[in-house]
Design a protein around this ligand. Structure first.
Ligand code: ADP
Length: 550
């Protein structure tokens, strides 16, 4: 994974994307489930209504046969006429009734001697109907029956076995099952199967197995087994009779595209807006915090600088004032006299030891100037001036200090190793102040080695660059820093040296921190001091108010 992608996949972004994804999954599941429930309830209601209606029609068919039977068994001409017109009228009103046949049977119910008394419609060939008669004569007298016959697909048969004083009768009525049901089904739904025993009566709206679909089902059993049917049984089916209703719901029917788009759009806007608001809030809090920290840090540095300055003035002020007082007068008169003597010598007659005197005078002048310079430096030290930062090459500052301290390094038998990065790291820091820091650190390393018993004494000075910083590392193989020393190292006036002031490191730390750098110390086969300075191109050019001592 490259850096950019890793950066883009921030944890908060992953959380937002996960919330969005979960919201989509939940919406799709809940809305799909609810629509499925609605469809399922609607289907059950519809299936029950259809089954109830079929039940009523079957009962009605039995009632027709019963009313035909009443007139058939009256056995006179008038009654037969009424029978005929009743059947015709009923068939006209209810087109599902395909045929009605009336047979007269002998007293022994032998179907071979059955005589057709009436048939509707008149032009039918009733040979097939006669095959049913053996079943009818097996019924007890006065009963009605319903059953399927392989010779009459798509139809069911309702029969009556009746008797009067002279004759026995069989009435056979064929009912078109499809005609009975079709008006109840709309647009090919639901699918319907009707079985009487093992005989399928109808198969309407055949089921198809569509992918990604669910099947809703409802069964209505009219007769669950072949019961011992009593004459007053309302159903009168002699075999197991089942209506099977079903409806296929395709997965896509559970969702409306427009709902999905609207929900997806709204939830995306909500999640993106929340994420953006949260992100902005975090950003502003982070900015506020770093601003507060910078202000606190600046205030602390300012205060510490003043305190440090005051402390320095207190500690060194008296000493320096004494030195100035003591040395200023004699030094200036020494300078004046020496200059005057030299002038006299140059202008006047030649006298013996002229050369010697000239050399002496020259030395006096040089020493006097040096003393005056020292006093100037002490004055500068007391009167604090904040040096302005500038682009400084670390390598060059190091080489300057090495040149100054080289005689001392050699005298102490120390070998110096330089490992400087090329091109030189740079930082925004006053060059003189940086050299002061390097001078302090190298000086301390020389002191530590001179006090140690190492046979090979070594100081290493390195410069390095990392992503944001320019770094100087000064290490030695002296005795290192004890835990106690490490704790107090940067405190003003902390020293373990007899002649030490204990100000070098605290002053160096202030200088480095003033340009947002860090001075740190550690142990690694001796002491290691690291100066970390912000790289010039990214270093914030912080300015601090210049403090002038009164
Ligand atoms: P001073 O040099 O006057 O003592 P500093 O502030 O420069 O003041 O140093 C404080 C103390 O830190 C020293 O007295 C010494 O104990 C310890 N120190 C500094 N540098 C080293 C070093 N390279 N090795 C061991 N100790 C050190």
């Amino acid at each position: 994974m490259n850096g950019k992608l890793r950066k883009a996949l921030k944890p908060s972004l992953i959380i937002a994307a996960s919330i969005w994804f979960l919201a989509q999954v939940m919406y799709v599941s809940i809305s799909g489930f609810m629509t499925f429930q609605d469809k399922s309830h609607a289907f059950s209601a519809k299936a029950n209504e259809i089954a109830d209606c079929l039940d009523r029609r079957i009962t009605q068919n039995f009632a027709f046969v019963r009313s035909f039977e009443i007139f058939a068994t009256l056995s006179d001409l008038e009654a037969m006429k009424i029978f005929g017109s009743l059947v015709q009228h009923t068939m006209k009103q209810y087109p599902r009734i395909r045929t009605v046949n009336l047979y007269e049977l002998p007293k022994d119910d032998n179907p071979l001697y059955a005589r057709r008394m009436a048939n509707f419609p008149a032009d039918q060939n009733d040979a097939a109907i006669q095959t049913i008669l053996p079943k009818v004569v097996n019924q007890p007298h006065g009963t009605l029956r319903a059953f399927a016959d392989i010779n009459f697909p798509g139809q069911y048969i309702t029969t009556a076995h009746a008797e009067n004083a002279n004759f026995h009768y069989a009435i056979v009525m064929l009912v078109d099952a499809e005609e009975m049901i079709k008006p109840l089904l709309q647009d090919g739904s639901p699918k319907m199967e009707w079985d009487i025993g093992d005989t399928p009566i109808i198969r309407l709206n055949d089921r198809q197995n569509a992918p990604f679909s669910f099947e809703l089902q409802s069964n209505r059993t009219i007769v669950s087994s072949a019961p011992n049917i009593m004459p007053d049984d309302s159903t009168r089916f002699s075999e197991k009779t089942v209506f099977h209703l079903s409806e296929t719901v395709k997965l896509y029917e559970l969702f409306t595209l427009i709902d999905l788009i609207v929900y997806c759009g709204l939830s995306t806007i909500a999640v993106v807006a929340s994420y953006y608001a949260l992100h902005q809030h975090q950003l502003s809090r982070r900015l506020q915090r770093s601003e507060d920290n910078a202000l606190k840090r600046a205030a602390r540095l300012e205060k510490e600088t003043r305190l440090e300055h005051a402390a320095r003035v207190n500690a060194v002020g008296e000493l320096a004032a004494g030195i100035i007082h003591e040395l200023a007068q004699p030094l200036s008169s020494l300078l004046n006299q020496s200059q005057a003597s030299l002038k006299t010598l140059e202008e006047g007659e030649a006298i013996p030891q002229t050369d010697f005197l000239r050399r002496t005078m020259t030395a006096n002048i040089r020493e006097a100037k040096r003393a005056s310079l020292i006093l100037g430096r002490i004055r500068d030290y007391i009167v604090y001036k904040s040096a302005s930062p500038e682009a400084t090459e670390l390598n060059s500052s190091i080489l300057d200090i090495v040149e100054i301290l080289n005689p001392e390094i050699k005298r102490q038998g120390v070998s110096l190793m330089l490992d400087l990065a090329e091109p030189s790291p740079t930082a925004s820091i006053n060059k003189i102040e940086l050299e002061q820091v390097i001078h302090n650190l190298v000086r301390n390393a020389i002191d530590a080695l001179s006090a140690s018993h190492q046979t090979v004494k070594r100081i290493t000075i390195e410069t390095l660059i990392d992503q944001n910083n320019s770094i100087i590392r000064i290490s030695d193989n002296g005795s290192g820093l004890s835990e106690e020393t490490l704790e107090q190292l940067f405190q003003p006036f902390f020293t373990t040296k007899d002649s030490g002031m204990g100000l070098g490191l605290s002053l160096s730390q202030r200088i480095v921190e003033r340009v947002n750098g860090v001075l740190s110390a550690s142990n690694k086969n001796g002491a290691v001091f690291t100066v970390t300075l912000p790289k010039l191109d990214i270093a914030p050019m912080l300015t601090f108010p210049t403090t002038k001592a009164a």
